[in-house]
Design a binder for this molecule. Structure first.
Ligand code: 5GP
Length: 139
């Protein structure tokens, strides 16, 4: 399995399609998932191209988890969450649908189940509002 530069996150990273971005540094970007499994569902995406953890450079993996942590802490505050679910899928059998490495950061409220993965497209205004909340919590 090789990396396809035409995948949707590669296009977002190149600025070819829009996203509700909340964070960017030299190594990664974070933007809102367009089909959130809970309000505030964000994606942390390394800039370096790899399909998933199976082919990623360990140096990229070492840099991404502190960024995931930063977003998770901000997400818990921004959405008054009781907990945070971090998910990452590898290959179709592992549940992956977009083939550029990414981590899901999902704020959770006690007793509220996750909505379907890649389920319903969220309204752009809602995504923009949640991106603003998360951005504000990042300071
Ligand atoms: P995966 O199944 O690969 O772990 O997750 C891919 C995620 O990307 C899904 O949660 C899906 O809702 C989200 N997604 C798919 N297309 C787009 C898009 O064009 N923009 C954004 N921001 N998220 C997307």
């Amino acid at each position: 399995m090789s990396y396809d530069t035409g995948n949707i996150f590669a296009k977002i990273l190149r600025g070819e399609i829009p996203s509700h971005k909340v964070y960017e540094d030299d190594d990664a970007v974070c933007f809102m998932d367009v089909m959130p499994q809970a309000p505030g569902h964000a994606l942390v995406v390394p800039k370096a191209p790899s399909r998933n953890v199976l082919d990623a450079d360990p140096a990229v993996l070492a840099k991404i988890l502190p960024i995931v942590q930063k977003i998770a802490i901000a997400s818990k505050a921004a959405f008054a969450a009781d907990g945070i679910t971090v998910m990452q899928f590898n290959e179709p059998a592992g549940g992956q649908t977009v083939f550029h490495l990414h981590y899901h950061v999902i704020p959770r409220i006690d007793g509220v189940p996750l909505k379907a993965h890649s389920g319903k497209m969220e309204d752009g205004a809602v995504l923009a509002a949640n991106a603003a909340k998360l951005k504000a919590a990042l300071g």
